[in-house]
Design a protein around this ligand. Structure first.
Ligand SMILES: *Cc1c(COP(=O)(O)O)cnc(C)c1O
Length: 400
């Protein structure tokens, strides 16, 4: 046992001094390595949440430690006024490995999406007579700033923090008619997650996304992919747009790109390099520490072909889930790569999550009947077997 910490005291202090924003379990995480996390009581958890689809290389990978140590001894921040070395190298790495030529760096997914929304509006101002409307999907998730909450198609948020940022319309995903009807002369962009993550893991259909690409070409509006959750190997391709044989005009990345370090990017084509000085920026945009971590993470993912592992282990998880599906009435096993979900026969998602936590397994329930899995991309079949064993035990007890 680990006696360095008094967990009760820490929890008491947390209750006293942490602003309430979420119901958290009565434990305190202390350290992590690879696929596992440990709390202050020394209890170990097998992590199939992965810091919320963030720790792409698992917990505390050596490449992050090394990048942080080396860069923090060299240059932490030169101010956003100047180019810095890792900023240039990282932008090259991303543009060399994607269909984009230009990158803007930020720290969070919402911030990258804000940049994308601003770029789409700039495009509307410059080329579409001031068009500013952006069409997004119902059940989508784009972040928690005011504009990205307005972009988000979440029923629960409709009346929250009014007045919303104007100019967002929501249409059902995979419904071509609905989106055609929603486009007006005021529309400047369509914004979509290639696989809805927070909404419960629902992928766009290939035909639908291809028709969106054609629609955008025809109307000269921008196709914006929010790949904050799907990007950097998560779906078994480096970027999810590669599944569909089309290219978006703008793509945002966050979560997995920093392997746990707060880092985000907005990428676009050369022809949309249209911001004027001062339109967009941020004190921490392109700060060297984040740049060197992001570069180390993305290099490792590409060089070690970890995207392939995500694809293969994703298939293995689906295979294992399918093998227990009949026994527990699990349905709709879905998703791509290591962004997966399934439905329980009853709305007991939070009970399943809590019992798994108790037995040392971290999973997520984005809706009462959905279970979502998003483990680090380095997961192996041994850990998948361990996950299935714990999950089966929990399901057997809760669904009996
Ligand atoms: C998590 C997420 C965001 C928000 O990212 P933050 O880093 O939490 O601001 C935006 N879009 C999608 C698709 C996400 O999954």
């Amino acid at each position: 046992m680990n006696n360095k910490y008094n967990t009760d005291l820490l929890l008491k202090e947390a209750n006293k001094s942490i602003l309430f924003t979420a119901n958290r379990p009565e434990l305190v995480m202390e350290h992590g390595k690879g696929m596992y996390l440990w709390d202050t009581n020394g209890k170990r958890y097998l992590d199939f949440i992965g810091g919320w689809a963030v720790t792409s290389l698992g917990h505390c990978p050596e490449v992050i430690t090394k990048a942080l140590l080396e860069q923090s001894a060299k240059l932490v921040n030169a101010s956003p006024t100047f180019y810095n070395v890792p900023m240039v190298e990282f932008a090259k790495l991303l543009t060399d490995n994607s269909c984009f030529e230009k990158v803007f760096f930020a720290s969070t997914g919402a911030e990258a999406n804000e940049g994308a929304i601003k770029l789409a509006r700039k495009y509307g101002t410059k080329f579409l007579n001031g068009a500013f409307e952006i069409i997004t999907a119902t059940n989508s998730f784009h972040g928690r700033t005011l504009a990205t909450m307005s972009a988000t198609g979440k029923k629960k948020w409709e009346k929250l923090f009014e007045p919303k940022v104007q100019g967002f319309k929501h249409v059902p995903l995979n419904d071509s008619k609905a989106i055609q009807n929603a486009i007006t002369s005021k529309t400047c962009s369509i914004m979509v997650e290639p696989v809805q993550g927070e909404g419960g893991v629902f992928a766009v259909e290939e035909n639908y996304i291809r028709s969106l690409r054609e629609l955008c070409n025809e109307k000269k509006i921008l196709l914006l992919f929010d790949e904050v959750q799907t990007g950097i190997g998560r779906t078994g391709k480096l970027f999810a747009y590669e599944h569909f044989g089309i290219e978006p005009d703008i793509m945002t990345l966050a979560k997995g790109i920093g392997g746990g370090y707060p880092l985000a990017a907005m990428l676009t084509k050369e022809k949309f390099d249209i911001f004027e000085a001062g339109d967009q920026g941020g004190t921490y945009s392109s700060q060297p520490l984040g740049m060197s971590v992001g570069m180390a993470v993305v290099k490792e993912i590409i060089n070690k072909n970890i995207v392939k592992n995500a694809e293969q282990q994703g298939e293995y998880i689906k295979h294992k889930l399918t093998s227990i599906a009949n026994k527990f009435n699990l349905t709709n096993i879905r998703g791509k790569g290591l962004l997966l979900a399934f439905d329980l026969p009853v709305e007991k998602g939070s009970e399943v999550v809590n019992e798994c936590l108790y037995r040392g397994l971290l999973i997520n329930s984005p809706r009462p009947a959905y279970i979502r899995l998003m483990p680090p991309l380095i997961v192996t079949s041994r850990e998948i077997d361990e996950m299935i064993e714990i999950l089966s035990g929990v399901l057997a007890d809760i669904l009996k």
